[in-house]
Write a protein that binds this ligand. Structure first.
Ligand SMILES: Cc1cc2nc3c(=O)[nH]c(=O)nc-3n(C[C@H](O)[C@H](O)[C@H](O)COP(=O)(O)OP(=O)(O)OC[C@H]3O[C@@H](n4cnc5c(N)ncnc54)[C@H](O)[C@@H]3O)c2cc1C
Length: 509
């Protein structure tokens, strides 16, 4: 039995339904008021499939509404659930030094359907968890179809869900069908549901060279909640600026469906499009040097300044203000690292412009992923403003558990924000700090990364008590965060009545 439990925890391929051994067989009807009424999940992608599974595994019936193959999205190819629309990789499986690996470990421990089927359909890919995409999606579809408490309904939900659906998980993804998206926009307001993301790169604070950069707000303005020294500023001389603009104009860009379909908002033009409009455009735009004095060289006025603004409440991540870009990732890193102070920048997220339906979640969702304006609607997946297959499924997992707990009248404590899944949800529902400036580029989709985790309190000491520096320190920090996440997840799971053995098992590793 113990071996089976461990196998279920770790997504053993021999177990078709992860977590099956850990779940109660059923909740006798009448025991929990409302437990026999279904939860409706809209969208059978990565998030919706995981959410439906989690709800059903807790003994609550689910109707999963998926519009494909009756109505296609323009990106998905077929009708299977959990289709991977592009890469076949669920990214790094290294749980020691990579936040994606940490979230894999947590999802396995929580009986994730997506992780179990990914493990079962793995193809060789070094340290990454890559899958045979068709086998993977077919297996998720088969598991959902065979589940006695899940009804799969192939239909588009047009407009807002009927009022009779009192518990709904909306997991319709970046390509949410237009009628539902418009209806949601009616509830959230125009500014709080985006159809495109225009992402500016985000940099880990500790990779910025502060011997060249400095902290100052323009004209030392404190603003609401500010100190007058809220931005990190990177100065460029005339020569450095000209070199930067030349590199930008020469950089290879991603062709985007945005170009053909939609004019850019004036407030979020890609930097390379601005540069095409003239050599000085950027230094009169996002790189303007006015109101700033470089304390490292106070008598010299920089030709241009790149500003970075705090992106999360922890102050570990900073976004490059106004630097949305379509440069290809390799070119982007090379060009941005020519900026003084960013030579060794480590990017938590690179810039991009994509079609993407997503909510301004920190404002419109509560901490349990419910729409404040209409709490019967809970959200999961990329529409909440996370990014990526794994992150979408992870939020689906928690949304499913929340919806089931609500139906069963049980308490469900949110996972601690020292865990990867907790850090991601915290970012989506509250950890991100809203921009103080006007403009579109405040909350933008984000992958899970260690910058979302609270800093480590313990000192990072190497062998022989040596104080660690540079890359060694970075690796030690990641390992410490991973260990803390593992310990705190085990503690959290031990509080969940139904999974005592799961907690004991991972704590013992
Ligand atoms: C072009 C493109 C490429 C991407 N490449 C990658 C990548 O390589 N790696 C990565 O990690 N992430 C990638 N992503 C991000 C990826 O979409 C998400 O990570 C992930 O698929 C989101 O999961 P989800 O469950 O939120 O949405 P989806 O997986 O898109 O699932 C949403 C589902 O909802 C259905 N639906 C929509 N509206 C309705 C409705 N009204 N009624 C019923 N059903 C509806 C859709 O048919 C779909 O099946 C890419 C995204 C796009 C758009």
């Amino acid at each position: 039995m113990r071996a089976l439990r461990r196998a279920a925890l770790h997504g053993d391929a021999a177990l078709p339904y992860p977590g099956t051994m850990l779940q109660p067989p059923d909740h006798p009807s009448g025991q929990a008021p409302g437990a026999s009424r279904p939860v409706h999940v809209i969208g059978g992608g990565l998030a919706g499939s995981e959410a439906a599974w989690q709800v059903a595994q807790r003994g609550v019936p689910v109707v999963l509404h998926e519009m494909r193959p009756i109505r296609p999205t323009g990106v998905h190819r077929g009708g299977d659930l959990a289709e991977l629309v592009c890469s076949n990789s669920l990214r790094s499986d290294d749980a020691e030094t990579n936040a994606v690996g940490v979230i894999h470990r947590e999802m396995r421990a929580m009986g994730s359907l997506i992780l179990a089927q990914a493990d079962a359909h793995q193809v060789p890919a070094g340290g990454a968890l890559a899958v045979d995409r068709d086998g993977f999606s077919a297996a998720v579809t088969a598991a959902i179809a065979a589940h006695p408490r899940i009804t799969l309904s192939r239909e588009e939900v047009i407009g807002l869900p009927p009022v009779g659906w009192d518990s709904v998980i909306v997991a319709t993804g970046p390509l949410t069908a237009p009628a539902l998206a418009e209806a949601l926009r009616g509830l959230t307001g125009e500014d709080d549901l985006a159809f495109f993301d225009a992402i500016a790169p985000v940099v880990h604070r500790d990779s910025i060279d502060m011997s060249k950069a400095w902290l100052q707000s323009r004209y030392d303005k404190a603003g609401p909640g500010g100190s007058g020294a809220d931005y990190i500023n990177c100065p460029l001389s005339r020569e450095q600026y000209e070199h930067f603009v030349d590199a930008l104009l020469a950089a290879e860009c991603v062709a985007s469906e945005h170009d053909a379909a939609t004019p850019y908002f004036n407030g979020c033009l890609p930097i390379e499009v601005m540069a095409e409009r003239g050599g000085d455009t950027l230094r009169y735009g996002p790189m303007k040097p006015v109101g700033l004095t470089n304390p490292h060289d106070p008598t010299v006025k920089p030709r241009a300044v790149v500003q970075l603004r705090q992106d999360n409440a922890l102050g570990t991540l900073f976004n490059m203000v106004g630097f949305q870009t379509k440069m290809k990732h390799g070119a982007q890193m090379a060009v941005l690292r020519t900026i003084p102070g960013l030579e060794n920048a480590s990017f938590a997220r690179l810039g991009g412009i994509h079609r993407n339906t997503f909510l301004n979640s920190p404002k419109v969702l509560d901490e349990r992923l419910r729409l404040r304006a209409e709490p019967r609607l809970r959200f999961a997946g990329q529409i909440t403003g996370c990014e990526g297959y794994v992150e979408s499924a992870a939020i689906g997992l928690i949304a499913g558990r929340l919806a089931a707990a609500e139906r069963l009248g049980e308490d469900f404590a949110m996972p601690p924000w020292t865990t990867a899944v907790g850090a991601l949800i915290n970012h989506v529902t509250g950890g991100h700090v809203a921009t103080l400036d006007a403009g579109p580029a405040s909350f933008q989709p984000m992958n899970v990364n260690f910058g979302l985790f609270p800093p480590i309190d313990e000192p990072l000491i190497g062998e022989g008590g040596k104080r660690l520096r540079g890359p060694e320190k970075g690796v030690a920090r990641k390992r410490a965060m991973s260990r803390r996440a593992q310990r705190d997840l085990a503690g959290w799971l031990s509080m969940q009545a139904e999974l005592p053995t799961a907690a004991a098992s991972i704590a013992a590793e």
